[in-house]
Design a protein around this ligand. Structure first.
Ligand code: ING
Length: 315
């Protein structure tokens, strides 16, 4: 039996601060229409796909900050994306800054949703690994203030039975952590959909800037192979408000092989016909968790947050 699925990875070029949500949605709709022509059933969009990556700035006015967040999804500005998806019969995942006012206090999340081929939201994930720092760093050209602007996830890493398989989502920095893929893998995930906004310049380790592309693929290929899952990584890239962000969006097989890769720094759709049954080649052999894993030796992974070094050996 084969469980083929025609997937698209919709890379976005930069979104400038002055770009309206309507103008961005027009770009997203155009990518969905391309996806239709290419026979896609499911499309992955990047992290924070409706606005510029505002955590690069220190902003003090809460109303200005909240202007980058979506209070409802879909909203009047974003509904055209859902309507088009329904008309074309294409599901999608997409990331955005979510302002949740359903509780006693407003909560701010870096969120990704899964939308089915009828345009209905069937899953929501809120980013677990928030990178960067909490406070303004005066002499940096660009900040990385996700810990300042977003609340920690309250979803963890769920999976859903959808599109003929078991699917999960992650967001940007999550892709660097093996725990992300393993928690999804322990639920049988066959397709991890993730988006990223990755500045190439990291002021703390500028001598690693040239390694951003290598690290980007390294972590997704490893996560795919070590858990026997497809991984789709969609970038928002290019020069966004003076900050150059990494492209190189990819579709990766459970073997860890890259089966499609973007070659531009703009809006670009890459596609592949994947067979979810190929996951079994990995899950039922080299990474048969039930047969090979030894959780009795893995306790530190959940018991300990930071590393604890062994005692110094007396001279
Ligand atoms: N962005 C970056 C990422 O993890 C980053 C943060 C950049 C971390 C460069 C390390 C090096 O890809 C987000 N949005 O998580």
């Amino acid at each position: 039996m084969t469980r083929t699925l025609d997937v698209g990875c919709a890379q976005l070029g930069p979104i400038q601060r002055s770009d309206t949500r309507e103008a961005v949605v027009d770009r997203l709709v155009a990518l969905l229409q391309q996806a239709k022509h290419r026979g896609c059933e499911l499309v992955v969009f990047p992290e924070m796909a409706f606005t510029t990556f505002f955590p690069r700035w220190w902003i003090e006015d809460q109303d200005e900050i909240d202007g980058f967040f979506e209070r409802e999804m879909p909203s009047d500005e974003t509904r055209a994306l859902f309507d088009t998806a329904r008309e074309l019969g294409i599901g999608f995942s997409i990331g955005y800054a979510e302002l949740d006012t359903s509780g006693p206090e407003p909560r701010h999340y870096n969120t990704s949703i899964l939308v089915d081929q009828q345009g209905e939201i069937v899953g929501k994930y809120r980013k677990v690994h928030l990178p960067g720092h909490f406070d303004h760093v005066e002499d940096w050209t660009f900040q990385h203030l996700e810990k300042h602007y977003f609340d920690p996830s309250d979803t963890g890493f769920p999976v859903w039975r959808a599109f003929g398989g078991i699917v999960g989502m992650a967001i940007c920095n999550d892709r660097r952590w093996p725990e992300t893929y393993r928690v999804l893998g322990l639920q049988g995930v066959e397709l991890v959909m993730l988006g990223y906004n990755t500045p190439i310049a990291d002021p703390e380790v500028p001598h690693h800037d040239h390694l951003q592309g290598f690290h980007n693929h390294l972590v997704m290929q490893a996560g795919a192979y070590q858990n026997g899952t497809f991984v789709i990584g969609a970038a928002k890239c290019g020069n966004e408000e003076g900050s150059t962000m990494l492209g190189q969006s990819v579709i990766i097989a459970p073997t860890g092989e890259i089966i499609a890769q973007a070659t531009s720094m703009g809006d670009e759709l890459i596609t592949a016909r994947i067979d979810l049954d190929h996951c079994a080649d990995i899950k039922d052999r080299i990474f048969d968790f039930e047969l090979h894993r030894q959780p009795q030796h893995y306790g530190l992974i959940t018991e300990r947050k930071g590393a604890v070094l062994p005692p110094e050996v007396p001279a």
